[in-house]
Ligand binder design. Structure first.
Ligand SMILES: CCCCC/C=C/C(=O)SCCNC(=O)CCNC(=O)[C@H](O)C(C)(C)COP(=O)(O)OP(=O)(O)OC[C@H]1O[C@@H](n2cnc3c(N)ncnc32)[C@H](O)[C@@H]1OP(=O)(O)O
Ligand SMILES: Cc1cc2nc3c(=O)[nH]c(=O)nc-3n(C[C@H](O)[C@H](O)[C@H](O)COP(=O)(O)OP(=O)(O)OC[C@H]3O[C@@H](n4cnc5c(N)ncnc54)[C@H](O)[C@@H]3O)c2cc1C
Length: 664
């Protein structure tokens, strides 16, 4: 018997080749096949079940995380999975764990900042997980301001060692994931002191726990920092605290690619820019952009599928009510998020390319594209995570009351996701970095230095400052060059206006601080332009499959025009478009929503998420929502007994008292 599919009719409406769209989403046929195989492997393995984890106590949740990590490692070894497949497997397990930091930060820090001798010594042990590491940078009193870290690493030429010390309470390391209970080692960021001189913050490999008994080594105090936001969620991670009481490590455990300390204690700064000490953060910020598209796609998939099942109002002659997805307000809230998921996917692909390119250049001692890579990773990390965090909450609201149930998957997704707006750099702090980069670019415009890469449009500032948008009818907004020019003109005009305002301050730093809210807006306008332009570039590629390119064009237009509608004030105030052209953009947007509607379910099917990974009754593939919600309710421990525990002690006396007073 064929399985029931409540979305069958919706799926029949699709106007494009779903299999080809799945390949576009995955990036290539190979990626699609790999990820599909690994996702199914995880979904079919009972150890990776996750439907009960919000009910677990912190200790049980943590133990469950250790069990899953150990099982994942066994599967990786037994099946001889490649590094790429292993990463996929860990992400489909979908439970934050110490392994995220070991593979995602500890190893990249050693690779990026270590010398070849250090690679040879540490990486083989780390790859085999004979040692497990974390990234210990943030302190109780210092996170965003890395240069303000207090932990010291003082070189002792007599013993050829560094003495690591936490001089104050605020210097205690605080937050590193995997540190609390698991890591045997850490890359610790500390102020390097030689001969009484402070050389700023550098990375050091430090052993924290014994490899036989897992006990903290002498001089080390280490533990977990406590429960975090939400039930389940990020509480599977042992974010930790760490203090050093004059802990000694050999000199060769300072990561020495960027700077070195000689046997005599001489500090040597190589030609490599000191910012490479921040290189691991650049790497992780780049991965966070792709992850944003995944998290957003998950939330949108749940809200779209549920919106097609849910019906409210409008029943004619006892017929069915209207599917809520047919309400224009539902579409105007949901479809821009669907379009954003695709937009972030493509900008994530591009950012990965940019990162690979800058890494190759760095290896050849070409540091010219580092500022651009920093600005792009910082800005896009900030922009995509802020949008995604808000979007998950919007998707919860799009699912009405049932969205608030834990088994909708949305509360936990939200709780796990929101710290991305803070970790790897607070989003506002990162946008201010982008703004600095933009102001510097504007200040160099007259110098003959041609802006390149994502700021190349500033080289056309003269034209963009005075160009006029030629839109006369709604459909004129479908022209890629019209959209691109409007976004470029808005970004350049906002940048130059801010630069002019900055020029009025005698002290530039005072000006930057005073105008920082405006500068953040400038950075956002620039980042939105990048996303729009990369989506348009994607559409220049050969995209096979019936109707696939057409759907992507529609989504690209939805993405751009919804931003234009949302930030109409910027576009009109800078004179890039007239209020009437703004109204025409909105008119076109409504027409586009109508084109997305029949394809909505297939567009979320293209994400190819298993029900296991989605973890949502509202988003399940077959759409059999009500029966599943009903069955699930009975599994709640409160329903184990008909009369609740506590009835005799607390409820009955009140009820009896009520009867007595009623009799009086
Ligand atoms: C696996 C996933 C799980 C993730 C779990 C979470 C992990 C974490 O959260 S780890 C900790 C992350 N911490 C942060 O992200 C801290 C954020 N703060 C910073 O990155 C920095 O403190 C700063 C960039 C905000 C400021 O650094 P500072 O040294 O004070 O620099 P200036 O603002 O004075 O800039 C000087 C110069 O350097 C350029 N620059 C800054 N960062 C980078 C970089 N990463 N790469 C390249 N260049 C960088 C900056 O643009 C300035 O350039 P110029 O203007 O040309 O001088
Ligand atoms: C779940 C989670 C996991 C983490 N994992 C790790 C880890 O593995 N390793 C690690 O080392 N760290 C980790 N961190 C720490 C994280 O990197 C920091 O919390 C983050 O960098 C933000 O720094 P902060 O906490 O000091 O925020 P603060 O800088 O104190 O931010 C507080 C407020 O001040 C504002 N602010 C700060 N500076 C400025 C400024 N210059 N201009 C304008 N506004 C400003 C911010 O916008 C924010 O609103 C983790 C954090 C979390 C939440």
């Amino acid at each position: 018997m064929e399985a029931l599919d409540y979305h069958a009719e919706e799926r029949r409406k699709a106007e494009f080749n779903l299999d080809e769209m799945k390949i576009v989403w995955a990036g290539s046929r190979r990626n699609y096949e790999l990820s599909d195989r690994v996702a199914r492997l995880v979904a079919s393995d009972p150890v990776f079940r996750k439907d009960n984890r919000t009910m677990l106590t912190r200790k049980d949740l943590f133990k469950d995380t250790l069990r899953k990590a150990a099982h994942a490692w066994k599967r990786i070894i037994d099946l001889r999975l490649s590094e790429e497949e292993a990463n996929m497997l860990r992400s489909y397990v979908d439970q934050p764990a110490f392994t995220d930091l070991h593979w995602g930060m500890f190893i990249p820090a050693i690779k990026g900042q270590g010398t070849s001798e250090q690679h040879e010594k540490w990486l083989p042990m780390a790859y085999k997980m004979q040692i497990i590491g974390c990234y210990a940078q943030t302190e109780l009193g210092h996170g965003s301001n890395v240069q303000g870290l207090e932990t010291t690493a003082t070189f002792d030429p007599q013993t050829d060692e560094f003495d690591l010390h936490s001089p104050t309470l605020t210097s205690s390391k605080w937050w590193p994931g995997g540190l609390g209970k698991v890591s045997t080692h850490a890359v610790v960021y500390a102020r390097l002191i030689t001969g009484g001189q402070d050389h700023g913050v550098h990375g050091f490999i430090v052993q924290l726990r014994g490899l036989d008994d897992h006990l903290p080594l002498p001089g080390i105090t280490v533990g977990d920092i406590g429960m975090k936001f939400g039930s389940g969620a990020y509480n599977s991670m042992d974010n930790g605290l760490l203090r050093f009481d004059h802990v000694r490590i050999p000199r060769n455990q300072m990561l020495m690619r960027v700077s070195q300390v000689t046997r005599e204690g001489k500090f040597v700064q190589s030609d490599v820019p000191r910012q490479l000490v921040y290189g691991t953060m650049v790497y992780v910020r780049q991965t966070i952009v792709s992850d944003a598209s995944c998290a957003l796609a998950r939330a949108v998939c749940i809200a779209t599928r549920y919106s097609a099942v849910r019906r409210q109002f409008g029943s004619q002659n006892g017929g069915p009510e209207i599917q809520v997805i047919d309400y224009k307000t539902q579409q105007s809230r949901l479809f821009p998020l669907l379009a954003s998921a695709y937009a972030f996917r493509f900008v994530g692909e591009w950012l990965k390319w940019l990162y690979t390119d800058v890494t190759q250049r760095l290896q050849a001692n070409d540091f010219s594209t580092l500022p651009e890579a920093h600005a792009c990773t910082a800005g896009l990390k900030s922009m995509t995570t802020s949008v995604t965090a808000d979007a998950i909450e919007e998707c919860r609201k799009l699912c009405g009351g049932h969205g608030y149930l834990s088994n909708s998957g949305l509360p936990e997704l939200f709780a796990v996701y929101i710290p991305t707006c803070t970790y790897e750099g607070d989003n506002v702090v990162l946008l201010l970095q982008v703004a600095r980069f933009l102001m510097k670019t504007v200040s160099q415009l007259g110098s003959g230095k041609k802006p390149v890469g994502t700021t190349a449009y500033m080289g056309r500032a003269e034209h963009l400052m005075q160009c006029r948008c030629e839109v006369e009818m709604a459909q004129d907004w479908l022209k890629p060059s019209t959209i691109l020019e409007a976004f470029e003109a808005r970004a350049v005009r906002m940048s130059i206006a801010c630069a002019k305002s900055l020029g009025k301050f005698s002290n530039p730093e005072d000006g930057f601080a005073e105008l920082s809210p405006d500068l953040v807006e400038v950075a956002i306008a620039h980042c939105q332009l990048i996303v729009v332009s990369k989506f348009l570039e994607k559409l220049q590629q050969d995209i096979p499959g019936k109707g696939v390119k057409r759907q992507l064009e529609i989504l690209c237009n939805v993405y751009a025009l919804h931003l234009l509608h949302k930030h109409l004030g910027d576009f009109v105030a800078t004179g890039c478009i007239t209020p009437n052209q703004g109204a025409l953009a909105n008119e076109q947007l409504r027409l586009l929503y109508a084109q997305v509607r029949p394809n909505a379910i297939a567009l979320v099917d293209a994400f190819n998420y298993t029900d296991h990974y989605l973890g949502s009754i509202l988003g399940c593939y077959d759409g059999n929502v009500y029966q599943k919600l009903y069955q699930e309710a009975w599994k709640d421990p409160l329903n184990d007994t008909v009369v609740p525990d506590g009835y005799l002690e607390y409820l009955r006396p009140i009820l009896k008292q009520h009867i007595r007073t009623a009799r009086l």
